[in-house]
Design a protein around this ligand. Structure first.
Ligand code: F6R
Length: 631
């Protein structure tokens, strides 16, 4: 949430800052602003997207090779020119951009107002710049920032400049990500690496409680007590093409189409055809000594990642025969949870920065659980907090609605499940002497995982046609785009897919959608069904549990009897549920726990297509932002 860029070097700052902001726009897009320092400070702010800021700047000179910029996702104070960042002190010397929330801003604001500081915005952020101004008297900028931050509570990633010190950029982090980019004679700072990629691959990730002071000759990382901290320079593996649209109209569509490759990347090096072992670094080393003794698993995540976790919870409990629960990190962390000795916590986060998931990881760590992470962004906060984990290697996900991360999360969790099944199998026989883990056809699962990318490709080709726009998904979208409500139903592994399909539709098309367990329908939502109600039924036949198909077939009957308009997601050749449906989307057969990956793809495309037909920008849905770094 909120994107921050800072630059100090020898080049003109303005194009670097604007370019960086555009690459971070997915983090927030309700207003934006920039401040550049040459001899004096020039600054401009604008409500709306970065393009509005650019228009406003078109005829203005912005000399200077030091500056900061911000794209906002409003928390305190509505989107407006005044509430946009940078915020400036009373004397017009200091400029500051901020991502996060200053929790004690009300009391600080009152104090500062009593001391004569004049506030112009409704934001929490503005207190920081006045607090720095207060401490600037008799101190240099980094000292003033340190003193101000020691008085502040809450989350922040900030970058600060002062026209009194035109060879200095100061940045600090607590709870909101910041990464420093290094190039000879030039330094960058940003909320994430996407902004840095055109300029450098050498980066330093700041940790909470750290700050950096840069001038054109170097940088120094310290804590808020000015003690120096040695940091390792890391190399980013992503390249520029990965964060561009590559001919697709939207990032979301590009990322949906990237799924075959992304899943291959998640699998790469970890499973091999015909083998019955998995190669996961997280299961090597020290942690392997602890893992055999785990007796329960707690999966923690938010949003789409939580849906992937629900699929994994079904799978792991079935295979590993220990209790596995999946919880929304946001609820879990505030309900005094009990963590039994021997619990393995698995946290799932695409960004690795979600505040609630991070909070939950910190809590389970404190409570003594072993911690694994399933994360996409390398070097992100959660990736660094956990004891070990599995990176997705899905490449950057820029579309605000998560797509490829979901399929890679389910893939990674399936591999992890295989790995854990080996470890637990060897060490924990049941008292009867039988293996705790029932025999699973390891090689069959590996082989199925390996052909999954092809099957995903097949689904993409079968249901959607980018050029002709004549696929089944287009037909459904055209027919149903004006509906006000949708219902999504699934059972077992596909119940989370009902939730995911509904979430995708809600967030980008703004149509109200409910995801429900088909079994629970009769306990309430059935009242909603009439001839206006599109009902998406996710019902591939499940050879592992044929009863489940029969049951969902009777749920479909119930919908049909009340006039609901059924869109069925079924296996190729399905006869029963297809006959009840107005629209049928076929997906190839696969193992039950991998069906969610194939079944989600048409639902992602349906949400995308409806959003586009309704004139929405699926990459920048209203009120949303990628990477929810505030609570
Ligand atoms: C939905 C979506 C969100 C995220 C959630 C968690 O399309 O993108 O629900 O899944 O905010 O984000 P991560 O996975 O980054 O922790």
């Amino acid at each position: 949430m909120c994107g921050i860029v800072g630059y100090i070097g020898t080049k003109e700052a303005k194009p670097i800052l604007l370019g960086g902001l555009k690459r971070l726009e997915y983090r927030g897009y309700d207003s934006a602003g920039i401040a550049v320092i040459d001899q004096a400070m020039s600054q401009v702010k604008s409500i709306g997207k970065i393009s509005s800021l650019e228009k406003k700047m078109a005829n203005q000179e912005f000399p200077g090779s030091l500056g900061i910029a911000h794209t906002r996702w409003a928390t305190h104070g509505q989107p407006s020119d005044i509430n946009a960042h940078p915020h400036i002190d009373c004397q017009g010397i200091i400029a500051l951009v901020h991502n996060g929330i200053i929790e004690n801003y009300q009391s600080l604001r009152q104090l500062l107002m009593q001391e004569g500081h004049e506030f112009v915005s409704e934001t929490d952020t503005e207190v920081l710049v006045h607090l720095i101004e207060k401490h600037y008297e008799g101190n240099n900028l980094e000292q003033a920032v340190q003193r101000a931050l020691l008085q502040s509570q809450g989350a922040y990633g900030i970058v600060v400049v002062s026209s009194s010190e035109p060879n200095k950029l100061v940045a600090a982090r607590n709870g909101s990500p910041l990464v420093l980019g290094i190039k000879k004679g030039e330094y960058f700072v940003a909320s994430d690496v996407a902004a840095l990629l055109p300029y450098t691959r050498q980066v330093i990730y700041l940790n909470d409680g750290e700050m950096v002071t840069m001038d054109r000759d170097g940088y120094k990382v310290t804590n808020l007590f000015n003690q120096k901290i040695d940091k390792e320079i890391e190399k980013i593996k992503w390249d520029l093409a990965m964060i561009e649209k590559g001919g697709f109209p939207h990032f979301m569509l590009k990322e949906i189409y990237e799924q075959p490759q992304a899943i291959s990347n998640t699998l790469s090096g970890r499973v091999k055809g015909g083998q019955n072992i998995v190669h996961l670094r997280s299961l090597d080393g020290d942690i392997i000594k602890k893992l055999p003794h785990i007796n329960s698993i707690k999966i923690l995540a938010c949003g789409t990642s939580w849906h992937a976790g629900l699929v994994a919870a079904f799978l792991m409990e079935k295979v590993l025969r220990i209790p596995v629960t999946c919880e929304q990190a946001s609820e879990f962390r505030y309900r005094s949870p009990v963590i039994q000795p021997g619990t393995l916590a698995i946290s799932i986060s695409q960004s690795g920065e979600t505040a609630d998931t991070k909070g939950a990881v910190e809590l389970v760590k404190e409570l003594g659980a072993y911690n694994l992470g399933i994360v996409n962004v390398v070097g992100s906060t959660i990736a660094r907090l956990v004891d070990g984990g599995v990176y997705l290697h899905a490449g950057p996900e820029i579309g605000v609605a998560s797509t490829k991360a979901f399929s890679c999360q389910v893939t990674a969790l399936s591999i992890l499940n295989l790995g854990l099944s080996k470890i637990l199998d060897r060490s924990q026989p049941l008292p009867s002497g039988k293996p705790r883990v029932p025999d699973i056809d390891f090689k069959k699962i590996v082989d199925e995982l390996l052909i999954l990318p092809e099957k995903v490709e097949q689904v993409l080709k079968g249901v959607y046609d980018i050029k002709s726009k004549r696929g089944i998904v287009h037909k459904i979208a055209e027919e149903l785009q004006d509906k006000n409500n949708f219902l999504y139903l699934g059972r077992g592994y596909n119940y989370p897919i009902a939730l995911e399909g509904a979430l995708k539709l809600k967030e980008i098309s703004y149509i109200h959608a409910e995801g429900y367990s088909a079994a629970e329908m009769k306990h309430g939502p059935i009242a909603l069904i009439d001839k206006e109600m599109p009902v998406v039924i996710i019902a591939p036949s499940d050879s592992e549990e044929p009863i489940s198909y029969d049951k969902i077939a009777s749920n479909a009957e119930v919908v049909r009897a009340r006039g609901g308009r059924i869109i069925a997601i079924v296996n190729e050749g399905d006869k029963i549920i297809s006959n009840m449906a107005e629209w049928v989307i076929e997906i190839p057969n696969t193992l039950a726990h991998l069906v969610p990956i194939l079944a989600t793809i048409p639902l992602q495309l349906l949400a995308y297509e409806i959003a586009v037909l309704r004139g929405n920008d699926p990459d920048m849905p209203r009120n949303l932002a990628k990477s929810v770094t505030v609570e």
